[in-house]
Design a protein around this ligand. Structure first.
Ligand code: HMG
Ligand code: MG
Length: 295
């Protein structure tokens, strides 16, 4: 059965801008404020990772501290370890996200350790977050394929998802990092994970490299999942997944949901304008078909 409402988790300012040419902190703040103004209430605003690995996110602290906060909006950031967690808290985030993978090779390339080592690193972060009542989201990358290993066993996706959930992550975001999934496989993957993690604790984080993300989301919505990660203007990719393009454009998924009578609480015109503005700053074409049709 399809959900009545979908919660959009906007990742453009992080997943998007981490893989674009660097933009000023001011432009990031403007983007984040425009997204909130369009009615988005869950915004990933930055990433506290090594600035040597991802220089585009090096100003996350400054960005998060400079946002004029909108009431009811949760501002989040990626934190791979305790150091990142402490920096994120100091910047004033409402919640954080840890990120693991269902592929050993991707884990090594992305965070320089094995899946097991990453879990060990997350333990002190989770303990600290619990003691401070900070919600932690958990990402699992490569759920429908890996740029280094190819196909990934869905049992491994379910295993890693369950570990993160049982460690205390309030939601598990399933990342098709390189956008290779197709609808039937995507749905089976979600159904398999949902045997170990309640379906209402799952989110879809689908990159649109092969143009399949919208179809994959539609197939998965029927499993009961109702949280979708998306990136305004289809910004971005992943620096450790060569050839990956951005997440599905938020405008495109909101347009589809509107047409299906599924509520998101988002003003599509304002959202499309936010995407246009950041695309202009980047000097790139807007990656949202809907935004290009609307504006
Ligand atoms: P490491 O080299 O194994 O860690 O990197 P380390 O603890 O040995 O530290 C090395 C250096 O990094 C040290 O500095 C640390 O201080 C510093 P140095 O002594 O060389 O000057 N450092 C930090 N600096 C700032 N913030 C921190 C931090 N931690 C250590 N938190 C590490 C391990 C995880 C840090 C590194 O591999 C890294 O930063 N990786 C970046 C990964 C990344 O950001 N990838 C993109 C995001 S994930 C993604 O896009 C996928 C997702 O969207 C889902 C999907 O699509 O599938 C989420
Ligand atoms: Mg991603």
């Amino acid at each position: 059965m399809l959900p009545n409402k979908v919660s959009i988790f906007e990742v453009g300012a992080r997943d998007g801008l981490q893989n674009e040419v660097p933009v000023s902190s001011n432009a990031k703040v403007q983007l984040i404020e425009n997204l909130a103004d369009a009615g988005i209430n869950r915004i990933e605003a930055g990433s506290f990772v090594s600035p040597k690995w991802v220089p585009q996110m090096a100003d996350s602290s400054e960005v998060i501290k400079s946002i004029t906060r909108k009431q009811g909006v949760k501002y989040s950031a990626l934190t791979p370890n305790l150091k990142g967690f402490e920096l994120a808290l100091d910047a004033g985030v409402d919640e954080v996200a840890i990120f693991g993978a269902a592929s050993q090779s991707f884990s090594q390339k992305n965070i320089n350790c094995s899946i097991e080592e990453s879990i060990e690193r997350f333990i002190p972060l989770m303990e600290k977050a619990k003691s401070l009542n900070i919600p932690v989201r958990g990402y699992v990358s490569c759920v429908l394929g890996c740029p280094y290993e190819g196909d990934i066993d869905v049992a491994e996706v379910a295993r890693v998802s369950a570990i993160l959930y049982n460690m205390g992550c309030y939601e598990i975001s399933l990342g098709d990092t390189i956008g290779v999934g197709t609808p039937v496989k995507a749905r089976r993957m979600v159904e398999t994970v949902a045997k170990q993690v309640p379906v209402d604790k799952l989110a879809l984080h689908f990159h649109d490299t092969y143009g399949q993300a919208l179809a994959n989301i539609l197939a998965c919505l029927e499993t009961g999942v109702s949280v979708i990660d998306a990136s305004v203007a289809g910004l971005g990719g992943c620096p450790y997944a060569k050839g990956a393009s951005g997440n599905l454009a938020t405008e495109d998924v909101v347009y589809m949901l509107n047409g299906m009578g599924i509520e998101t609480g988002i003003d599509l015109t304002k959202l499309a304008k936010a995407g246009h503005a950041i695309s202009q700053v980047l000097g790139r074409a807007n990656g949202s078909k809907v935004a290009n049709a609307l504006l």
